[in-house]
Design a protein around this ligand. Sequence first.
Ligand code: KIV
Length: 267
Amino acid sequence: MGDKITVPHIAKMKQRGEKISCLTAYDYSFARILDEAGVEMLLVGDSLGCVVQGSPNTLAVTLDEMIYHTRLVARARRRALVIGDMPFLSYQVSREQALQNAGRLVKEGGAEAVKLEGGVAMRGVIDAIVNIGIPVMGHVGLTPQSVNRFGGYKVQGRDQQCRENVLGDALAVEEAGAFAVVLEGMPLDLAREITERLTIPTIGIGAGAHCDGQVLVIHDMLGLFDDFTPKFVKRYADLKSTVANAVKEFIGEVKERKFPLEEHSFR
Ligand code: KIV
C-alpha cells in the first residue's frame, strides 16, 4: 500500500499527468475493498439516494444520512481520500449553514473534503468553506440536484450559451479555491477545454476521456443497480447475477436440507 492520499497529492497527480481514479462508496465493507484495491478517492455521493435508498433522484437525502454513510466509509479508510457530498439544501440557504454543515461532515463523518454542486452561484460558499480549512471539490455540468430545472438528466453544454456557462462555472470553482472539480454529463470536447484551462484536476463522469480522472457510481460499475443505466457507465462486473445465483442456491439447499451440514454446526 502506498502513501496516504491527500489533497496536495491529488494536485500533484495532475501536474505529473497521472490519471486519478475515484469511486463512490457508502458503507464499510465496500469502502474497504475499494481502498485496498488502490482507488485514490472515495466519494460518499448523494447518489446513495438512488442506489441505496431507492429514490428516483438525490433530492431527499439529508445531511444526517450523509454524515452516517461518510462515517461508515471513513472507518474503512487506510489510504484513499474520503470526500463527503453535501446534499440538497445543506449549502444553498446561507453561508453560515454551509459552513456548519461542511464542518459536520468533517467532524462527525470523518470526511477529509466535501463536494458540492454549482459554479458561479456557489463561488462565495466554496471560498468560505475553503477558508475554514476544509478542501472542496466542485461539481459542474449536469448537476443532479438541479434535475427539475434541467427537466431530466440531460447532457449540458451542447449549445454555445450553455457551453460558455459550464466553462464559466468551472473557472469560478477553481477561482474560489476548490482542489478539484467533477465534470458531469457534457460533450467530451468541452470537458477537454475545461481540463486544459484549469490547473486543478477535473474528474469526469459522462464527460469523456480527456479529464484528469474518472469517477463512477460503484453500484453502476459492478452491475448491482439497473433501474436505469446511463450511456457513460461501463459495467466491470455483473454482481446482480452473481448475488441472485448465490441466493437461489442458498434457497434450494435450505429447501432440500443440504444446508447446513455437520461442518456448519456446533456440538
Ligand atoms: O453523488 C454522486 O455519487 C456524485 C458522483 C456521481 C460524481 O455526485
